[in-house]
Design a protein around this ligand. Structure first.
Ligand SMILES: [Zn+2]
Length: 134
C-alpha cells in the first residue's frame, strides 16, 4: 500500500464520481507542472487554481498571446473561495467554451464572477483567449 496520502483538496473543487474532493496532486498540479491540460475545462480549472495559489507564470503561459496582459499582477489579499463550472463544450478540435462562477473575497467583501470563457488550442495546448462576464 502506498504511504503517500493525498489529502490536500484542489482549489478548483473538482470531485470524483463519489463526490469526494480530488487532491491537488491528481487534479490541477500536473498542468501547473507543465503537462498540457487535455480539455478547455481542465485548463479553466487549472487557471482558477493558479489564481488561488498565486501562480502568475502559469496564468501568463496559458493566456493567448493576442489577449495576454503585458504585466499580470494578482490582487494582493484576494482570497478565492470556490469555483462552479456550469457548462463546458468543445466547438471543434481547437475551440472551446466554459461557463463558470468563481467566488472570492477581498478586504472583507464577497465577489462573484460569472463568465463564459473562450479557449483555443495551439500546438496541442489549450489557451485562454477571453471571456464575457454575465
Ligand atoms: Zn483542480
Amino acid at each position: 500500500m502506498s504511504t503517500v496520502r493525498l489529502i490536500d483538496a484542489c482549489p478548483c473543487g473538482r470531485v470524483d464520481a463519489r463526490q469526494k474532493a480530488l487532491a491537488y496532486a491528481v487534479c490541477c498540479q500536473p498542468w501547473h507542472l507543465g503537462a498540457p491540460a487535455p480539455t478547455p475545462e481542465a485548463l479553466m480549472r487549472s487557471r482558477y487554481s493558479a489564481f488561488a495559489l498565486g501562480l502568475v507564470d502559469y496564468l501568463t503561459a496559458t493566456w493567448h498571446p493576442s489577449t495576454r496582459p503585458g504585466d499580470l499582477e494578482l490582487e494582493p489579499g484576494q482570497q478565492w473561495l470556490g469555483l462552479q463550472v456550469k457548462s463546458a463544450r468543445l466547438l471543434d478540435d481547437t475551440h472551446g467554451e466554459v461557463s463558470f462562477v468563481a467566488r472570492s473575497r477581498m478586504a472583507g467583501r464577497g465577489h462573484r464572477l460569472q463568465e463564459t470563457s473562450r479557449f483555443e488550442r495551439e500546438d496541442g495546448r489549450w489557451l485562454y483567449v477571453d471571456g464575457d462576464v454575465v
